[in-house]
Design a binder for this molecule. Sequence first.
Ligand code: GCU
Length: 419
Amino acid sequence: MKILFLLVGMLVATAAEEFNYDEAKVPPYELPSLLPTRAGSTLVSPDQWQTQRRAEIFSLLEKEMFGKSPPRPALRFRIMEAAAPALGGAALRQQVRVYFSAQEEPALDLLIYRPALTKNPVPLIFGLNFKGNQSVQPDPAILLCRSWVNNKDLKKPDVHHALEESRGIDAGKWPVESAIERGYAVVTGYYGDIDPDYDDSWKNGVHALFPDIEKQRNKETWGSLAAWAWGMSVAMDWIVQEPTLDGKRVAIQGFSRLGKATLWAAACDERFAAVISQNSGAGGAALNKRIFGETVGRLNSSFPHWFCGNFRQYSQNEAAMPFDAHFLLALAAPRPLLITSATEDRWADPQGEFLAARATNPVYQLFGHPVLQATTQPPPGKLANDRIGYFLRQGPHSVTREDWQAYCDFCDQHLPKRP
Ligand code: GCU
């Protein structure tokens, strides 16, 4: 009997763990319309989009997916390091601690590299990192991360030593010098400074600063993705007042789960002038209704802290979603939006990311902007450099120098020009 239970259990587990990677098995689906007809007429003006439909879509995703975020605090920061030469003299490095409240913790350490020789203020690419600022460059002057870290090497008893050893471990994902060469500053902060990435029923990170919200937590209360997005806006409050940086030319970037958070940050904060979401997959740029690779059910079971409670009703029930990824992407409109995928990253459904980008075209069209013209996924390595851009890289789920070249090509083309 015991063996029978074990066998049945194993079968159920295998069935539950099966994910579709076969285009032929994508179910038929219909995408909800971004511009539905109302009483016989379609939305026609950018103004109607902005005041009516965008607001509607924003509320829908806030309620059903990410949860409602609180207002931001008044800006408070401390300069941790004044501008100092870095990267062999090509850049100036600066470090700033931005606070989320009147308390000292939690707080977000920002690391800034800007071109040493370019005239200020400079445009910039701002993204959160996964392993602490010290992981971004092998630069001994970078302050070590002080928050929870998502790296098993850093759970060694001698954390300080492990953190020291982690200097530059993600430098491949942050080829800062190549962005500097192209005239962009790079700003980054560690996502765990905002909210640690594990399921603790939202007791830690910035959630802890809002006990009243937590006391009344319901299915529409913010999760961790919304918290990371909110933290990006708090960082933006600092960026826009920093005279060496051009607050009107900030592209936000995020990879994977942070690519999801970046899309929501762009939705919540229209000061970000361009949006780059890399390999963000399910719950990000990929169409969930395709049920290809990661599913909504899997997102909710593996990462119950990411989304708000309401999102769970769509586990194994994507067909019932009154929205899909194109709704999230459309909240970036009419700003330049770059979606990137990687050929081997099937878990994130590259084709679904491309199709969502395509499905967002009607909103950009409304603004008279040229749209993503490619009707099929462009070949790897070829940037579709339209206002909705798309880039497919050969290789796995990661970020590489090649991706950053695409970011810079895209920003050169689409970030607003300096008056
Ligand atoms: C997992 C998760 C994805 C996420 C990725 C990441 O693979 O399933 O949804 O994007 O982690 O953030 O690296």
